[in-house]
Design a protein around this ligand. Structure first.
Ligand SMILES: Cc1cc2nc3c(=O)[nH]c(=O)nc-3n(C[C@H](O)[C@H](O)[C@H](O)COP(=O)(O)O)c2cc1C
Length: 240
């Protein structure tokens, strides 16, 4: 949940090399365009335009081609389109955001303690306030629990569900839909489970709020390039 001044957040003016606003809601076929412009979209969302269930299923069909440890396919996708479960989840998401300030700030590394948290940022609060209006909320779950302290087991557990969640987000983007990768809801996992009938041995991961965008311009984020984050043949060694 880091801040990124270059992210458009569905609210910026047209930059160079971006998806033109008129393309919002239309499919994008260029792979690198999709991967490089799948941003968090919290504004300019069309709450009134339904998202066809078939399109969501099409995207989930793509997502489940992701790698899965031991071929378990433990991922489960809970799609909320009815007003009542959406309202319940939206309320719990807001509760989680409000509680985050106290829960997290003291546990952050010292260099991050002065950073604004989601509850301090209008765009994040805006998403939370409108969560119940989203045409669809997709909760990506995995059967089982990463109970082991063993790092390898944890990597295997989450590594068997998060690639599918990211493929889903890319597929939604490629279909002209806006989403945001959110994890705040996990803090309210027990109450979400009770509200939605999710069994105890199911782990909740990412919540993707889904809507068509209204002219949001999504562009590449300003990030460190490959040369800054890649080592060759030995830790900290550059290619040349
Ligand atoms: C692990 C993780 C958790 C996140 N949780 C939330 C969240 O709960 N709510 C939210 O609005 N954004 C959340 N985000 C989105 C980040 O704030 C966002 O990815 C970041 O600011 C970069 O912007 P971009 O996605 O547009 O590139 C999360 C991102 C990650 C990777």
């Amino acid at each position: 949940m880091t801040s990124n001044s270059n992210q458009d957040d569905g609210n910026a003016s047209a930059p160079k090399s971006s998806t033109p606003p008129e393309a919002a809601g239309t499919a994008i076929n260029d792979f690198f365009e999709v991967v490089e412009t799948t941003r968090s979209v919290r504004k300019r969302l069309d709450y009134d335009r339904p998202v066809p269930p078939e399109l969501i299923e099409r995207c989930i069909d793509a997502a489940v081609q992701a790698p899965t440890g031991l071929n378990r396919e433990a991922w489960r996708f809970l799609v909320l389109t009815d007003p009542e479960p959406k309202a319940q989840v939206a309320e719990l998401y807001r509760a989680s955001m409000e509680g985050l300030q106290e829960r997290v700030r003291d546990r952050l590394p010292p260099e991050l303690r002065d950073q604004p948290l989601p509850g301090d940022k209008p765009t994040y609060v805006g998403l939370a306030e409108n969560m119940h209006r989203m045409p669809a909320l997709i909760l990506v779950c995995s059967e089982g629990r990463a109970t082991s302290e063993d790092a390898a087991m944890q990597v295997a557990f989450y590594g068997s569900v998060l690639p599918a969640a990211w493929s889903l987000m890319l597929s939604l983007r490629a279909s002209g839909l806006g989403t945001t990768w959110t994890t705040l809801l996990v803090a309210e996992e027990a109450r979400v489970a009770a509200a939605l009938g999710i069994p105890e041995n199911v782990t909740q991961t990412i919540l993707l709020p889904v809507a068509y965008t209204k002219g949001a311009v999504l562009r590449r984020a300003k990030r460190k390039g490959a040369a800054d984050v890649t080592y060759w043949n030995r830790w900290a060694q550059s290619r040349e």
